[in-house]
Design a protein around this ligand. Sequence first.
Ligand SMILES: C=C(O[C@@H]1C=C(C(=O)O)C=C[C@H]1O)C(=O)O
Length: 379
Amino acid sequence: MNEKTTAELENLRGLIDGVDQQLLHLLRKRLDLVAQVGAVKHGAGLPIYAPQREAKMLAKRRAEAQAMDVAPQLIEDILRRLMRESYLNEKDVGFKQVKTDLGHVVIVGGEGKLGGLFSQMLTLSGYEVKSLDKDDWLNSQTIFDGAGLVIVTVPINITCELIASKLTQLPSNCILADLTSIKTAPVEAMLAAHSGPVLGLHPMFGPDVGSLAKQVVVVCHGRGESEYQWLIEQIKIWGARIVEAEPEKHDKAMQLVQAMRHFSSFVYGLNLYKEEADIESLLQFSSPIYRLELAMVGRLFAQSPELYADIIFAQEESLVAISDYLDNYSQALQILKSGNREAFVKQFEEVAQWFGDFAPQFQRESRAMLQSVNDMKTG
Ligand SMILES: C=C(O[C@@H]1C=C(C(=O)O)C=C[C@H]1O)C(=O)O
């Protein structure tokens, strides 16, 4: 680089630094305004997440960007990232308490990660939350006394037994709910153990989400809906989307969404291990989609084996789904072994047709994800 080039670059980079600093001040200003919005929402009991406002705002900014010769997707990406920040910041102000005369909440398994998240959200909404864990059962009667809501969030394999043996003496108007990732058996167990209001919940996210904005919580109605409607409203105020489902339908979906998903990741990791793959060099050679795949698989092994055993072993019927997968894998492998390229292409087209409009939709979605994966690269 000659001196002139160096000087020109330095000058321009100085100007860019200045613009970035201005951006930083604007970000600070935006965060302060969002905090004020949070306070107003808190007072009025409005949900943290306002999808209509977001859609309107994004449409306007995209049009303005276009007129200024800025890529509309650029401003949309930036604003979406800022909105994520807003959810975190609005959360700090707390949430409106929908039910003010509840009595306290007991979280059975409150020291677990998901229990901790619900405890935090309920506390931020003004409820008194008590945790009941393994060592507290001697005191349980005192802890349950006066409780308005009991939430069970213990490992799946002990959930039903715990409900049947330990939750039969709750105050009669107390709401009994669980957060288990299967629903048929726990909801039945709760209905049998308790004569008051019962509902099953399944938060479709891990405990590390930061905010519940846009996250899905599945609700399976048990008994006494009008008594626990406030809890559903409360969860909506946290920003989550409620999906109502029959327990059986939910459990069937979980065979693919959870058991199959995690089992496949487990086998994928197992295979890398047995093949003695060199992750370091795989990372060096990885395309963005492969990086994403390694991330999906690798994150499994950063978590508790007990948790995943629980999820994978939760339903016997998952065995059928997983065995079918193995059969299809074998059949596809047969096509490959026989060198029948035509058969592969034909099968591919058949599946593509079955995916229909979802295939291009997933392609668009994954494009944005892959670009983010690439953005995260350093060096
Ligand atoms: C700040 C608000 O809360 C959320 C965050 C938004 C933002 O950061 O612009 C927009 C809508 C809401 O989902 C609001 O409602 O205006």
